[in-house]
Ligand binder design. Sequence first.
Ligand code: NAP
Length: 260
Amino acid sequence: MVEPNYIEETFGLLGKRALVTGGATGIGAAIAIALARAGADVAITTHASPGEDTAAAITAAGRQVRSLNADLASLDAAGAHVLVENLEAEFGALDILVNNAGIIRRADAAEHPQADWEAVMATNLDAIWYLSQAAGRQMCARGTGRIVMIASLLSYQGGIRVPGYTAAKHAVAGLTKALANEWAGKGVCVNAIAPGYIATANTKALREDPERSRQLLERIPAGRFGDPEDIAGAAVFLASPASSYMNGHILSVDGGWMAR
Ligand code: NAP
């Protein structure tokens, strides 16, 4: 039976608390603001960019905000545990973790610098594992929680000149399923979003290369690059009670790229 307040109760996040990594810019900023507008109090991690605009938008939505400056590339398991423990002590128990922060390094595979490989693995895979383990442990103990990974089309495909990024994003898809299997029965849903080509710093070089840009746009059925806001609704959905029977799913939000 669908209740009269179905939308509010099923898709709303009132009273929930979220942590969004990389919430200062791009997809992370759009997700953090959307979660706040859906009712959640939101903490973001920032890095080089200060995240003032995101924080102001969360406040304007009438929600609590916290900004934590953290270099996730140098995070280890103990550091993630302390980050989550301190945040929960000060802000309250986390209901939602969005593992969004990530970098991309482009260079031909044969010459791909070791430093680029390591930076991508540390940021796009290791930090996600540490934070998911630290937050997931608490969520499992409480019997409720949502973890949303930001995967990629390169969780399915090989990509060009981004071997570390592709390897890390494939691993994120695997980790999503592995954690979902263990934690679904404990009330913790772990899922991922695979964004298509979204207009952020991540794709700036591609979009500014006329030939690459033309090739990509021809291949996208929607005929345009996505906006960060195109990803936000899927994140609200995967953070909400509406998705409580979804576990280990990789949701493509890609203008039809994978359907082609
Ligand atoms: P973006 O604007 O560059 O966002 C990346 C975020 O991660 C930034 O806020 C950045 O902070 C943060 N970050 C990077 N290194 C960090 C570190 N060492 N410690 C802490 N934070 C760090 O690009 P985006 O497109 O929104 O990327 C967000 C996520 O979406 C990434 O995981 C990316 O792989 C994924 N994605 C993007 C696309 C796309 O087409 N744009 C497609 C598929 C997946 P600073 O800028 O302050 O360093």
